[in-house]
Design a protein around this ligand. Structure first.
Ligand SMILES: Nc1nc2c(ncn2[C@@H]2O[C@H](COP(=O)(O)OP(=O)(O)OP(=O)(O)O)[C@@H](O)[C@H]2O)c(=O)[nH]1
Ligand SMILES: [Mg+2]
Length: 299
């Protein structure tokens, strides 16, 4: 039996469905998803293990052009790195988006031509055909990408509804070389339990709060203790200003309570265990622009 293994890195603009794709491929919510752009801040590995292959997918933050905060520069560095260590690149975009940017055109072209790394262009959200979009729009989108990259394979998919997922895996396997597994076969990610707690709370903040709040928040889990019947978790949420702390906590602590209850449900679902969660909100001034603080937060 031939055993294949390799690194498949997912890149694309914000909000196109990168995290949705990695979760649906791996079969577990290892990367957080919201309707807001720039949800993903880290590079997260999701590992798909089958009898005769191990594919290590890597989710990345959305590519952004205007980098205001230092954290956004770091996020873009994660993408650059992920372009370098890939065996295959999945460049994901969505139906009806014609937003290609020169900077990334050169980057992709360079990888494709000089480094010889295979790329597959995925056109996501095609489940919206007949609902939000006409079929013609898909043809236009395919034509657009094919004109930019005439030699690169294009595959329409729906990450949400798993349309063409098997086809995608088969295409990936065609490109992968014979190689023993890089990670133990029971692994689904390279990240710790605490990381997932941080991310689930962060996802809930994205869903419950508006404007700058999600972008100004960082979550750090200080304690994660497993007992027979439950897990004890103590997490800090850092925001940049006093006023943000007030909003996060809300009148008589109501908003924070809601955040806590929503998070508990999701964390329980993730670990399949009862959770006792304690959250404390703290201020860490301008953490998004401070190299040392970002380093402490694991960036
Ligand atoms: N209809 C539809 N919606 C999708 C699909 N894939 C993702 N979405 C939605 O698109 C939004 C963004 O999804 P994410 O997976 O967070 O996108 P992302 O590319 O990881 O975004 P960033 O991390 O911010 O760069 C969410 O509301 C998803 O539910 C799809 O195949 N069909
Ligand atoms: Mg994401």
């Amino acid at each position: 039996m031939i055993y294949k293994s390799g690194f498949v890195n997912i890149i694309g603009f914000p909000n196109v469905g990168k995290s949705t794709l990695i979760n649906s491929l791996v079969g577990k919510n290892i990367s957080i998803i919201t309707h807001k752009p720039q949800t993903t801040r880290h590079r997260v590995l999701g590992i798909l293990n089958k009898k005769n292959f191990q594919i290590i997918f890597s989710d990345t933050p959305g590519m952004i052009i205007k980098k205001v905060f230092f954290i956004q520069k770091i996020m873009m560095l994660y993408i650059k790195k992920s372009l370098e260590d890939a065996d295959i690149i999945l460049f994901i975009t969505e139906i009806g988006k014609f937003n290609f940017v020169k900077e990334y055109f050169y980057l992709l072209n360079n990888i494709y031509k000089k480094k010889n790394i295979p790329i597959i262009i995925l056109i996501n959200k095609i489940d919206q055909i007949g609902i939000k979009y006409k079929e013609n729009l898909l043809y236009k989108t395919i034509y657009y990408w094919d004109t930019l990259f005439p030699n690169i394979e294009i595959l329409p998919i729906s990450a949400l509804k798993k349309i063409n997922q098997e086809l995608l895996i088969n295409k990936i396997l065609n490109y992968l070389n014979e190689h023993p597994p890089y990670f133990p076969k029971e692994w689904i990610s390279d990240r710790s339990e605490r990381f997932f707690v941080n991310e689930i709370i962060r996802e809930t903040i994205f869903l419950l709060y508006q404007k700058e709040i999600p972008y100004s928040s960082e979550v750090v889990t200080e304690q994660f203790k497993k007992y027979n019947i439950f897990i004890y978790i103590f997490s800090f949420i850092y925001v940049e200003r006093d006023s943000q702390k007030g909003i996060l906590i809300g009148y008589k602590g109501k908003s924070l309570n809601k955040l806590k209850n929503y998070s508990i449900k999701k964390i329980e679902n993730f670990f399949k265990k009862k959770i006792f969660l304690k959250i404390q909100v703290k201020i860490c001034k301008n953490w998004r622009s401070n190299y040392q603080k970002l380093k402490n937060f694991g960036y």
